[in-house]
Design a protein around this ligand. Structure first.
Ligand SMILES: Cc1cc2nc3c(=O)[nH]c(=O)nc-3n(C[C@H](O)[C@H](O)[C@H](O)COP(=O)(O)O)c2cc1C
Length: 170
C-alpha cells in the first residue's frame, strides 16, 4: 500500500473486534512512532501500551464514556515527556512531535489492516492518575488499536481551494 492510499482510505474506527493484535504488528506500529520526526530530533515522548481490560475501562471513564475505547484490545496513550520546550515559532514542541508520531502510527496501523481513532476528548488529570504518569509529563492523545468491526466511513472534507491560498494569506 502506498502512503496516499492509506491517507485516502483510512477513517476513524469506533467499533472493534475483541481479536488480539499480533505482537509483530504492534511493534511495526510503534516503530513508525519511533522513526517519526521531532523538533531538534529530541524524541521526548513515551507511548504507554494498555492491554489490561480493567485499565481500559478506567480510560473510558476518563474519556467521557467513549466506550469503544475499551472494545479495542490495545489503547496507546501518547505522552510528551518534556512539556516546557517551546519552539522559536511559539508552539510547544511536544504537542507537535507527539501528534506527528501518532499520525505515523495511525497510517501504519491502517496498512496492517488495523483500525484506530484519535481520542482528544479525555480528562488529562484522571488519565495520568490511572496510568501513573508523572506530573511534568503531558498526555496528548489516546489511540485505541484493534481490528475494525464496522465498515469504513465516508470522508467529508473541505475542497483544496477552501484551505489553500498562494503567496499571501487570503
Ligand atoms: C485532535 C483530534 C481529536 C479527536 N478526538 C476524538 C474523540 O475524542 N473521539 C472521537 O470519537 N473522535 C475523535 N477524533 C476523530 C475525529 O472526529 C475524526 O478524525 C474526524 O471526524 C475525521 O474523520 P476520519 O478520521 O474518519 O477521517 C479526533 C481527531 C483528532 C485529530
Amino acid at each position: 500500500m502506498d502512503v496516499i492510499t492509506a491517507i485516502r482510505q483510512r477513517s476513524s474506527v469506533r467499533a472493534y473486534k475483541s481479536t488480539d493484535v499480533e505482537e509483530d504488528k504492534l511493534k511495526k506500529i510503534l516503530d513508525a512512532a519511533r522513526l517519526s520526526p521531532s523538533a531538534s530530533n529530541r524524541q521526548e515522548w513515551k507511548f504507554i501500551i494498555v492491554k489490561n481490560k480493567e485499565t481500559r475501562k478506567k480510560l473510558v471513564k476518563a474519556a467521557f464514556g467513549q466506550s469503544f475505547i475499551a472494545e479495542a484490545p490495545i489503547v496507546i496513550v501518547a505522552c510528551g515527556t518534556e512539556s516546557k520546550s517551546v519552539m522559536a515559532c511559539g508552539q510547544p514542541a511536544y504537542t507537535v512531535d507527539v501528534s506527528i508520531a501518532c499520525s505515523f502510527m495511525i497510517l501504519q496501523a491502517y496498512e496492517l489492516g488495523l483500525g484506530t481513532c484519535w481520542i482528544g476528548a479525555f480528562k488529562e488529570d484522571e488519565t495520568k492518575k490511572i496510568l501513573n504518569v508523572p506530573e511534568h509529563v503531558r498526555v496528548v492523545a489516546m489511540i485505541p488499536l484493534g481490528y475494525p468491526d464496522e465498515p469504513p466511513s465516508e470522508k467529508s472534507r473541505k475542497s483544496l481551494n477552501q484551505i489553500v491560498c498562494y503567496e499571501k494569506y487570503e
